[in-house]
Design a protein around this ligand. Sequence first.
Ligand code: CU
Length: 512
Amino acid sequence: MTQHVYDDYFFDEPAYNTHDGGYVPLEVADAPESQLAIPPLLKPDKETDTDAWYTLEAQKGETQILPGAKTKTWGYNAPLLGTTLAFEVGKHIHVTLKNSLDELTTFHWHGLSVSGPYVDGGCHAPVYPGESKQIDFTLDQPAATTWLHAHPCPSTAEQVWHGLAAMVLVRDQHEASLPLPRTYGVDDIPLVLQDRRFHENNQWDYHADYDPDGVQGPTAMINGTVNPVFDVTTQKLRLRILDGANRREWRLHFSDDLEFTQIASDSSLLPEPVHFTHLMLTCAERAEIIVDFKNYKEGDTVTLFSDDVPIVKFRIHAFKPDNSVLPDHLIDIHAPKVLPTTPVRKIVMSGMDEQVAIDGKKFNMQRIDATQPIGLAQYWDVTNTNTMHGGMVHPFHVHGTQFLVISRNGGAPYPNEHGYKDTVGVNPGETVRLLVRFDLPGVYMYHCHIIEHEDGGMMAQIQTYDPNKPMPKYRLMDMETLTQAFAKERGVDPDTMWMAGMDSYKKMGMKM
Ligand SMILES: [Cu+2]
């Protein structure tokens, strides 16, 4: 049987970020090649058969990214980005969240099914400087590549830009039973794709680079490395790719149009592997791909590009032949039944720049925008009302759940959207139907993952509840408290403090 190989990006070309007025094209960095940084796996403080304890510290540091001055960076247990976490499904995980920054932050588990709003780590769960908090959870979800990032509204974008983003691998027995590369750092490699602009003395300047449609920089930074090289010592590599950029879409392809196989998307394996030569990721999306270097030999180089700019070089070394065969079927996806009596939830993402909104409103921390009982499957029709002229693909993300993509404007989803996901790119003029079910009660945010849009108010929140119990009341944060805290921590007047997201509200004459 000949396998079909897809060679297009599927998303609507007129909506690519390249057509944006403020688009910053990637440039080849004027810097030497460096070994690709592989974040070490975080070891638990203590582990038993049933439980594991970890400590996560948000900290400031300095990182030698370019020759010359070190760059001031933030990270989790590391000066930049973080150590990689790996959690076993079914194990009871205890995490101490420690904030050693000078300002408040939150620890958001993007893609984990954990209870909201406190464990989930959105804006309602601040950890103030010098403080520690304890959380615990047990995961019941398929193996996946997820991530951890800061989420303190309205400063999520700036904190992620400083470096607060780390990979979180979810492992389960099913994934472990498949013939896939899984030796972390050898043939199982995280790739966090980001972009930055380096200013004087190699420093980042978020305010100077600010764009309400998303901050970009001309230099690709992969796992915190500029011009990275990875030494390939196995025939097959599994790349766990995360679009960890604030705004940038990545249109990935290899030299020689080398084919690769996508085996997983955001929240699970794909039911069937899908073969590509080109792959586009929008912000916060993940893809696990298998690259087979069987037609290459020691001394060869294979390059990964985004658009026409090289972003990672793979230097091929001698490797043993690997005759493992990828199964045709990787995971069973069970779409929960939707009752005919369950209404379709309609969600509208609209606007650009400061006008961004969901359902015509900007985010308000104290307002619950929707409710949904746990265990109930509901269709969510998510519409992007931008037009192809000047509009963009908005990556729609829901906290605390993994959804299925049912259709795009009534047609089939893209071939790599048949597994569970938590983020989906919605084209201008498009309605994407999702099948959404929550299993845990709580308050969860849903929003555009162009992080400046989220800070600018393209965000809402849903309360999920157990229909057999009284509706709990959650203590929700408010903007006044957070603004006052940020202003005090930064030693500035709250009325004149510059905070990117607040700018969008002010320019629209709105309060947060
Ligand atoms: Cu958006």
